[in-house]
Design a protein around this ligand. Sequence first.
Ligand SMILES: [Zn+2]
Length: 304
Amino acid sequence: MELFDLHCDTLGECLKAGKSLFQNDMQLDVRRGLFLSPWVQCFAVWIPDEMRGSEALQFFDRAVQLLDQESVSHPELHRIFSGNDLDALKPGECGVLLTVESGAVLAGSLEQLQHLYQCGVRMMTLTWNGSNELGGGVRSSSSLTPFGVKVVREMERLHMAIDLSHASERLFYSVVEHTEGPLVASHSNSRSICPHLRNLTDEQFCLIRDRGGVVGLNFAPPFLCQKGGACAEDIYRHAEHFLELDGEKTLAIGSDFDGTSLPEDIYGIASMESVYEIFLRHGCSEALIHRIFFKNAYDFFHSL
Ligand SMILES: [Zn+2]
C-alpha cells in the first residue's frame, strides 16, 4: 500500500532520546515503514512552547544534522526538496519531507525562514498550543502579530506550506485574511465528530478545501473520540464527515506518530494497512482511498 503522511514527531523524539530514525522501538521507524510503496513521510521538528530564542534555533539545527547523518548511513531515506524529488521516489525508499511544528523556531527573525527553506522545510505550523512571536495557539486567543503577518507572506513567497494545526480560531481567521494561497491542517480532525479545540470546525475545513489545501487525519485518541476508548474505526468517522463536506480532494493522513498515544488497535506505522482496510470495508472506492492515503498530499506538495 501507499502512504503520504503529513505529520509525525519521530525525528525530534529520536534526537531527544539518542535513537535512530531508521531503526528504533518507537511508533515509527523507516525500516518498519518500507512495506509502504510509495511512501512519503513528513518529519516534523517540534519546538515546545518553553523552548525559545537560540535554544529553538539550535534544536532545529541539531535535528537537521541528525537527519543528514541518517540519510548518509541509510540510502533508503530519500530527501524531498522539490516536485522532481517526489517523482524520483523509488520503491524501497522513504521520501523524507522536513517540516516544523511551531514558528518559535524562527526566534523572531524573518531571515531564519530562508535558512529553514534551504534545510528542506516545506511546511510549518505557526504555533504549538501556546503563544509565540507569530501569534496564538489553541490555548490562547491571540491572532497574527505584525511579525506573524510578515512570516505568512514570506512563507507564501517561498512556497512553504502554512500549517494551521494548533492555531487558535482567531489566528486561523487572521491567516485566512492575510494570505491568498493554499492552507493546510496537517494533523487535525473534525470538531463536529469530536469537540476538541485541536479539531477543525466545518467552516474551517471548507475554507481549507476552497483554498486547495489538505487536512491530515490525526490518530491521537483525544482528538478522535470524546468518550474515550478511541479505536481505528473512529478515524473513519472523521473521514466520513469531511467527505460529506466534499472533502475528497482535501482529505489526507496526518498520523501524529511519536507525538501522541494511540488508539488501542493501532501500534504505529506497521498498523497502516489495517487503517486502509477500514476504508475498504466501508465501501470507499480504491480511487478515493488512493486520494486520501497518498494522492491529495502528493498533488499538494507537487504543485506548491
Ligand atoms: Zn501537533
